[in-house]
Design a protein around this ligand. Structure first.
Ligand code: CO
Length: 134
């Protein structure tokens, strides 16, 4: 059901430092920071030949990343995003298999303007999983 790995998201306490590490030390193509108020994050996109890395930093008081950074002050991998062809069909199949979909279960428009859902880490090998319809 899942297709390509769309991105790996890493929560970082210092966005500028993280962007510099990817740009200068790892030699990757790195975007300018973009605020996404709807998602409570500022994001730097790292473009790799086969996928993307998203460096996430909290934006605003109710950021979903803030708690993660409280527990992991140095930051760390936050979620993986897999592409699906039909997000409603994927959601229904996952729910029928007993997986928990986070939030109200309705797809939200994600960072790339496409519908996304998040799945409970306890149901997916201790990894927060995002699915994105492409
Ligand atoms: Co994501």
């Amino acid at each position: 059901m899942i297709g390509r790995l769309n991105h790996v998201a890493i929560a970082v306490p210092d966005l500028e430092k993280a962007a510099r590490t990817y740009r200068e030390t790892l030699g990757a193509r790195v975007s300018a920071p973009a605020d996404e108020p709807d998602h409570g994050v500022t994001v730097v996109f790292v473009e790799l030949p086969n996928t993307k890395i998203e460096l996430l930093h909290p934006l605003g008081p109710n950021s979903p990343i803030a708690k993660f950074l409280e527990r992991n002050p140095d930051g760390g991998m936050h979620h993986l995003c897999y592409e699906v062809e039909d997000i409603i069909a994927a959601r229904d199949k996952l729910k029928a298999a007993g997986a928990r979909v986070l939030g109200d279960g309705e797809p939200k428009i994600g960072a790339h303007g496409k519908p996304v859902l998040f799945l409970h880490p306890k149901d997916f090998v201790a990894t927060l999983v995002e699915i994105e319809q492409v």
